[in-house]
Design a protein around this ligand. Structure first.
Ligand SMILES: [Zn+2]
Length: 80
């Protein structure tokens, strides 16, 4: 699968390879979470390009396999 996001290690905006992630680090702080409901949230992995400042966040793959959370989103969020 072609990944043209920062996860590929190359910045899609400026083409730099100076890309870092916090995905191996322990999570702390609100910024690392995407709230799904009052009792459920996703942990996010952040990727940043140190060349241009572009950054992206992704829900962890393990969280995407949590069917209850996925179901909650399908019920309450608007599908594009
Ligand atoms: Zn960049």
């Amino acid at each position: 699968m072609q990944d043209d996001s920062l996860r590929s290690g190359k910045c899609p905006k400026c083409g730099s390879n100076d890309v870092y992630t916090d995905r191996e680090l322990p999570k702390r702080g609100e910024r690392m979470q995407l709230v799904v409901s009052s009792w459920k949230w996703f942990f996010l992995d952040t990727y940043v390009c140190l060349s241009c400042g572009h950054f992206e966040e992704f829900v962890r793959e393990t969280e995407l396999r949590d069917e209850k959370t996925i179901e909650k989103i399908r019920e309450t969020w608007k599908k594009l």
